[in-house]
Write a protein that binds this ligand. Structure first.
Ligand SMILES: Cc1cc2nc3c(=O)[nH]c(=O)nc-3n(C[C@H](O)[C@H](O)[C@H](O)COP(=O)(O)OP(=O)(O)OC[C@H]3O[C@@H](n4cnc5c(N)ncnc54)[C@H](O)[C@@H]3O)c2cc1C
Length: 379
C-alpha cells in the first residue's frame, strides 16, 4: 500500500502551488482547468482507488476521502473530475471481467482514458429504473439509442459507465438494466455543455447515442440484467466522495468565517465577540467535526469491504447539509462582502447546493437510511 501520509502531503503542496492561485479565475470563467488536470494525472490521482497491480495508487477509501476533503477545501470542482471516473473504475474492479480489468484499469489509472458515469436522463434521475436508453443485441454488438444528461466530464472524458435497458419490458424493471463501458465513437456524441450556478470549470453535458454500436464484450461483468446493482456498488464510493466534499466545503466556510470574525470590527470590537456570531461559529465547527466523523466511519466500512449504504447515506446526508448551512452562515458573517465574488464564501455558497442533489438526492438518502433501519431492526 502506498504511503498515505506522503500522498496527502503531496496533494496539499499541489493544491497550494497550482490550484490556489488560479481557482477563482477559472471558476468565474467556467473554464476547464487543463493544466491542473494534467498535473492531477502526473500525481496519479486518476488512479487513487485503483489497485497498484493495475497501475493505481491503491488508496483505501478512507484515505481517498481525505484527499477529496482537502481538494474540495481548495476548489470543489476538482473532486468531480476524478469522482465519477473513479466510480467507473471501482465498478470495473469490483465487477468487471478479468479482460475488462486488464484492458481498462491501467488506462484509467494513468488518466490516459478518462470519463465518468452516465445514469441520468432528461426524464429521470432518482427513479433510475425509468431510463429509456436502450441497447439491442445484434450479433457480437449492441446498438444503443437514447440521451443522458448532466453527465460530469461529458465533454473532456472519453469513456463512460453507461446504464441502459437491454430488456425494456422486464419486470421488475431493474432486471432489464445493464451497464457498458462506452468509449466515444461514431453514434456517441456530446449534445451540449450545461450552464450551472456553481461547480464550474468541470464540464457537465448531455450525451447522445444514435445507433451507437458497442462490442458485446464491453458489457460490464459480461451479464445482462445487473446494471442497477453495478450503479449502486459504484455509488457507495461516490457517496463517500460527495460526503467528503461536504466536509471540505464546510471546513473552508468555517475557516473563512473564523478569520473574518477576528478581522471585522463593529461597535468597537471584533465581531466574534458578539454572542450572535460566536454561536454561529460554534455550530459551524460542531457540524464540520460531526460530518468528518461520519464520513470517516462510512469510508472505513468501505475499507473493510463491508456493505456501507447505511453509513454512506448518513455521511452524505449530514456532511452535505453541513456544507450548505456553513456556506450560508459564512456568507452572513461576512456581511455585504460575502455577496461579492471577491470573497471565496460567495463561491462556496454556489457550490454547496449541488452536494444535496448529486449521488442520490438527500431526500433519497433519508428513504434509504430509513429502509435499512427497518431491515436491521425487524419486530
Ligand atoms: C452538476 C451536476 C452534475 C451531475 N453529474 C452527474 C453524472 O456525472 N452522472 C449522472 O448520471 N448524473 C449526474 N447528475 C444528475 C443527478 O444525479 C440528478 O440530478 C439527481 O440524481 C436527481 O435526479 P433529477 O434531477 O432527475 O431529479 P428528480 O429525480 O426528478 O427529483 C426531483 C425532486 O423529487 C425528489 N424525489 C424524487 N423521487 C422521490 C421519492 N421517491 N421520494 C421523495 N422525494 C423524491 C428528489 O429528491 C428531488 O427533490 C448531475 C447533476 C448535476 C446538477
Amino acid at each position: 500500500m502506498t504511503d498515505d501520509r506522503a500522498i496527502l502531503d503531496t496533494v496539499e503542496r499541489f493544491l497550494e502551488r497550482h490550484v490556489r492561485p488560479v481557482a477563482s479565475t477559472l471558476e468565474r470563467a467556467d473554464e476547464y482547468p487543463h493544466e491542473i488536470v494534467e498535473r492531477m494525472r502526473e500525481l496519479g490521482l486518476f488512479g487513487c482507488v485503483i489497485p497498484e497491480g493495475h497501475g493505481g495508487l491503491g488508496l483505501r477509501p478512507s484515505t481517498y476521502a481525505q484527499v477529496i476533503e482537502r481538494m474540495s477545501w481548495e476548489w470543489m470542482s476538482l473532486s468531480g473530475i476524478i469522482n465519477s471516473h473513479l466510480i467507473m473504475a471501482w465498478i470495473v474492479n469490483r465487477i468487471g471481467t478479468d479482460r475488462q480489468k486488464r484492458e481498462f484499469l491501467p488506462r484509467f489509472a494513468t488518466g490516459a482514458l478518462r470519463g465518468g458515469l452516465a445514469l441520468t436522463e432528461p426524464d429521470c434521475g432518482t427513479d433510475l429504473q425509468a431510463i429509456r436508453t436502450v441497447a439491442r443485441r445484434e450479433g457480437d454488438h449492441y446498438v444503443v439509442n437514447g440521451t443522458k444528461t448532466w453527465i460530469s466530464n461529458g465533454i473532456h472524458g472519453t469513456c463512460f459507465a453507461l446504464l441502459v435497458k437491454t430488456d425494456p419490458t422486464a419486470e421488475p424493471r431493474h432486471r432489464g438494466m445493464s451497464m457498458f463501458l462506452a468509449e466515444k465513437g461514431p453514434g456517441f456524441t456530446v449534445g451540449r455543455k450545461l450552464a450551472k450556478l456553481g461547480y464550474r470549470g468541470i464540464d457537465s453535458a448531455e450525451l447522445v447515442f444514435e445507433d451507437y454500436r458497442i462490442p458485446a464484450d464491453r458489457l460490464i461483468g459480461g451479464v445482462e440484467g445487473a446494471g442497477l446493482k453495478h450503479a449502486i456498488v459504484g455509488l457507495e464510493l461516490g457517496r463517500v466522495n460527495v460526503a467528503a466534499r461536504g466536509v471540505g466545503v464546510a471546513q473552508r466556510a468555517l475557516d473563512e468565517a473564523v478569520r473574518y470574525a477576528q478581522q471585522r470590527r463593529t461597535f468597537g470590537k471584533p465581531i466574534h465577540e458578539h454572542q450572535a456570531i460566536a454561536l454561529k461559529l460554534a455550530d459551524m465547527a460542531t457540524r464540520t467535526e460531526a460530518a468528518r466523523l461520519l464520513v470517516g466511519k462510512a469510508a472505513e466500512a468501505l475499507d473493510r469491504g463491508d456493505r456501507s449504504d447505511y453509513e454512506a447515506g448518513m455521511a452524505k446526508l449530514f456532511a452535505t447539509e453541513a456544507a450548505v448551512e456553513n456556506s450560508l452562515e459564512a456568507m452572513r458573517i461576512h456581511g455585504g462582502y460575502g455577496y461579492s465574488p471577491e470573497f471565496v464564501v460567495e463561491r462556496l455558497y454556489r457550490d454547496a447546493p449541488l452536494l444535496v442533489i448529486g449521488e442520490g438526492t438527500n431526500e433519497l438518502q433519508r428513504l434509504l437510511i430509513a429502509r435499512r433501519l427497518i431491515e436491521r431492526s425487524p419486530i
